[in-house]
Design a protein around this ligand. Structure first.
Ligand SMILES: Nc1ncnc2c1ncn2[C@@H]1O[C@H](COP(=O)(O)OP(=O)(O)OP(=O)(O)O)[C@@H](O)[C@H]1O
Ligand SMILES: [Mg+2]
Length: 398
């Protein structure tokens, strides 16, 4: 699948953009703060319905405006049919900036101009993998970044995963709210009616959690194998990367996965920890604490690896994501390379470029001459490179 055109309205520093792009390589160049990443962000938004830079849609609206729109016209690689995806967000304020009584902030996604009620049905329609300076957070930051990596990847390739994830999140939020409300009433002791109520929530929660854990486990094995292969070639086989799924279920239960047994295990655990959760005011046990542990030859990456090793590992993780999406969808996702040419050294750039294949790519950089030759060297014959100059939210093909 590739993008034919990008339309933006009131998105970041673009009041309006209508841009036709090439099915192969598109390079956006220009000075800092002109709007290059904003284009990458808009494309990525159509994959995950969220920005890779912020969780606040309000920040994406052009200052002084009240809604944004992103639309991509696409052509499917299977049947060459034209399709479109769009994301529209309105912040719920009227033109004076007052909250109008009838409107609430709302985000809607569309496929071929038909709105999707359920995000789980939307995921997978348009797939993209982004490589950005923020990737290093995968190594440096806490578990929530790696859970997000898993969640976004799995939602793209397995829409039911997203369904289970939102079900679990809703049930967990309810359970936590019940605990909090009970503590407000009586912070010392919990009564049996409350225990009973929490136990009712635990059952569907255990079902959704078991399926999330199963999928995360299965995919983590593939991510591990792919990431190790890439890390080997980036580091010239000098070190071995391991990626391991860390969850609340014992390893032997994961390896011989039986959904009913895992549901029973989680249900019991939540029932047993009910007093503890009441004392802490929150549900402590469950996949909401999951992590991916990464190590190089046995040493934890976050603590012990050098900056260069961390960069290589982050790139390997992203290339593994690309492999999984390719394998699952039997198609090349669109590749978004934001600033990676400035961030990566020549060897890592070569590894990345060698993986591109026939994917459509969007690249941002400040200096186009810097990457021109490397791109030409890595590209397939007959592929066309389009260069776009970005100046203050205006894009010109050169
Ligand atoms: N909501 C918004 N409304 C208007 N302008 C915005 C908004 N959000 C960001 N901007 C502007 O967008 C510009 C930054 O865009 P972007 O991040 O795409 O820059 P860039 O070209 O990628 O720069 P760099 O080379 O430094 O990465 C800034 O000028 C910023 O003020
Ligand atoms: Mg940028």
């Amino acid at each position: 699948m590739y993008i034919r055109s990008i339309e933006l309205e009131n998105f970041r520093n673009y009041r309006r953009l209508d841009l036709e792009v090439e099915p192969s390589v598109n390079v956006f160049f220009g000075a800092n703060a002109q709007g290059k990443t904003n284009i990458i962000e808009a494309i990525y938004l159509c994959t995950s319905t969220h920005s890779h830079r912020t969780s606040k849609d309000q920040e994406l609206i052009t200052h002084g405006e009240h809604d944004y729109k992103v639309k991509l016209k696409l052509t499917s690689s299977y049947n060459a049919y034209d399709e479109s995806v769009s994301v529209i967000y309105t912040d719920g304020t009227n033109k004076n900036g007052d909250l109008s009584p009838s409107k609430k902030a709302k985000k809607t996604v569309f496929h071929d101009d038909v709105p999707y009620e359920k995000m789980s049905e939307y995921f997978g329609i348009f797939n993209a993998v982004i490589f950005a300076p923020e990737d290093l957070m995968l190594i440096k930051e806490g578990p929530s970044v790696r859970r997000k990596y898993l969640n976004v990847l799995l939602s793209q390739v397995k829409p039911m995963y997203f369904h289970e994830l939102t079900t679990f999140a809703r049930l967990l939020m309810n359970r936590n709210r019940i605990i909090k409300n009970a503590r407000i009433k009586n912070s010392k002791v919990m009564d049996s009616a409350l225990k009973e109520e929490l136990s009712i929530w635990s059952e569907p929660m255990a079902r959704a959690a078991a399926r999330i854990i199963r999928d995360r486990y299965i995919f983590s094995l593939r991510i591990d194998a792919f990431a190790r292969k890439h890390h080997e070639s980036i580091s010239h086989s000098s070190e071995t990367l391991f990626v391991k799924y860390k969850t609340c279920v014992p390893v032997d239960m994961l390896e011989n996965f039986n959904e009913e047994k895992v549901v029973e295990y989680l249900y019991q655990k939540w029932n047993d920890s009910v007093e503890d959760d009441f004392q802490h005011g929150i549900t402590n046990f469950g996949p909401q604490r999951d992590d991916l542990l990464m190590s190089l030859d046995g040493d934890g990456l976050r603590m012990f690896a050098s900056q260069g090793q961390q960069r290589s590992a982050a790139l390997s993780m992203k290339l593994a994501e690309l492999d999984v999406v390719r394998e699952e969808t039997k198609d090349s996702p669109v590749l978004l390379l934001d600033d990676v040419f400035g961030e990566l050294d020549a060897q890592r750039r070569r590894c990345l470029l060698s993986e591109i294949g026939d994917a459509q790519i969007f690249i941002t950089c400040t200096d186009k001459s810097f990457i021109e030759q490397e791109l030409v060297d890595s590209m397939q014959e007959n592929s066309k490179i389009a260069f776009f100059e970005v100046v203050k939210g205006a894009v010109t093909r050169v």
